[in-house]
Design a binder for this molecule. Structure first.
Ligand SMILES: Nc1nc2c(ncn2[C@@H]2O[C@H](COP(=O)(O)OP(=O)(O)OP(=O)(O)O)[C@@H](O)[C@H]2O)c(=O)[nH]1
Ligand SMILES: [Mg+2]
Length: 363
């Protein structure tokens, strides 16, 4: 792992997160090289002294990948790969790699492929074997004088266009399903939050199901939706969604917009927070930033401080100055506080019904 401290306050946390990301991608960390700089080095990102140190360390520990805690320019990546004679992955590349390993649904796979191609298109490396294979399939033939690079560029554009079209279709289908739910006046609730906060564990406890939850980043990629029955509230559709992370690659946010639409359209967001995390407040801010980016900033939100068992807190519920529930402390592991969570959902349901009668009395 290679990391440069540019003086950001969250430096230690970002390095810790890089380790988690590396492990989640299936790598085992052999060593870390750190440095301090004001600005990145144009050629190798780290200075040439550090780059040589890195080369030696990788050789000594037989490491075959260098993971950078930052985004590299295409030429920095190339220069480093040449110098190290090893694969070089930047932070965005690493996150994309985890996503491509995890993607299971048809839509998820398409979204990840789109994000990967968009990341690639900014760096135009050659030798995309997976694209090579599809060459015949998508009917792209280079003209006689066309260079390999131009051909690659063209294939990339064609594939990106194809993926976008497919995703638009899938998005429309999702929209139809959602409208059908809306008509049946079922309340929809989405779990959102920083990766590894415990969204899937909360989901499992509420729905008594058993979807994959694990101590790794981005365990969940596909949105899972489940109907549950809540007293005083009737049926509720609950969705578990992909987690967010600081510096989430923009291409991913864009590619996952259809999946995230579930959150945009929800009647209520349960923003799950790992209350034991040392970087809790920044994680909350980061999630709100992404919610703003995807157009979900105005969806009513309750902060769910999860994992209270780890810090010895009691379950609790608090309200804002208007009496609206804004924070609940729970543990998805022990189940403490889930009665409060159900109470909050029932209250929100009543509020929605009140709004609907108001609306229809205007109409
Ligand atoms: N002690 C404790 N651990 C918890 C609690 N909730 C979740 N965890 C653990 O935290 C880890 C992450 O949980 P997940 O439910 O997979 O988290 P997530 O938010 O869905 O994560 P991603 O899908 O990866 O973004 C798992 O190891 C859970 O067992 C809790 O209330 N207490
Ligand atoms: Mg999850």
């Amino acid at each position: 792992m290679v990391s440069v401290d540019f003086g950001d306050s969250d430096y230690d946390e970002s390095l810790y997160e890089l380790r988690q990301l590396s492990i989640s991608a299936g790598l085992s960390v052999r060593g870390t090289i750190e440095g301090k700089r004001i600005v990145p080095d144009a050629k190798h990102f780290i200075g040439s002294g550090k780059a040589n140190e890195l080369a030696q360390m990788m050789q000594a520990s037989e490491a075959n990948v260098a993971v950078f805690n930052h985004d590299l320019t295409p030429s920095q990546q190339r220069n480093l790969e040449r110098l190290l004679e090893a694969r070089v992955v930047d932070r965005t590349g690493l996150i994309l790699d985890i996503f491509s390993q995890r993607a299971q649904s048809h839509e998820g796979r398409l979204q990840v492929e789109l994000a990967q191609l968009e990341h690639l298109s900014t760096r135009l490396v050659r030798g995309w074997t997976h694209l090579e294979r599809q060459k015949g399939g998508i009917g792209v033939r280079g003209g006689p004088g066309e260079t390999q690079l131009e051909l690659d560029r063209r294939m990339l554009r064609v594939r990106v266009k194809q993926l976008r079209e497919k995703l638009v279709k899938l998005k429309a289908q999702r929209g139809m399903q959602r409208r059908a739910r809306k008509r049946s006046s079922v309340m929809t609730v989405s779990l959102v939050g920083y990766t590894n906060a415990g969204k899937s564990t909360v989901f499992n406890r509420m729905t008594k199901s058993n979807i994959f939850a694990a101590d790794q980043l981005f365990a969940t990629l596909d949105t899972t939706t489940h109907k549950i029955y809540i007293p005083d509230c009737g049926e509720v559709v609950l969705s578990d969604t992909v987690g967010f992370i600081k510096h989430l690659p923009h291409a991913l946010v864009e590619a996952f917009s259809a999946t995230l639409e579930e959150a945009v359209q929800a009647d209520l967001l349960l923003h799950i927070v790992d209350t034991a995390s040392t970087n809790r407040d920044e994680q909350i801010a980061e999630v709100n930033k992404v919610l703003l980016e995807i157009g979900a900033a105005n969806v009513p939100q309750i902060l769910i401080h999860n994992q209270i068992d780890r810090v010895g807190l009691e379950p609790s519920l608090s309200r804002d100055e208007y009496g609206k529930i804004d924070t609940i402390h729970v543990s998805a592991k022990t189940g403490e506080g889930f009665d409060l969570l159900r109470q909050a959902m029932a209250e929100h349901y009543k509020h929605l019904q009140y709004l609907m009668t108001e609306e229809s009395s205007y109409a």
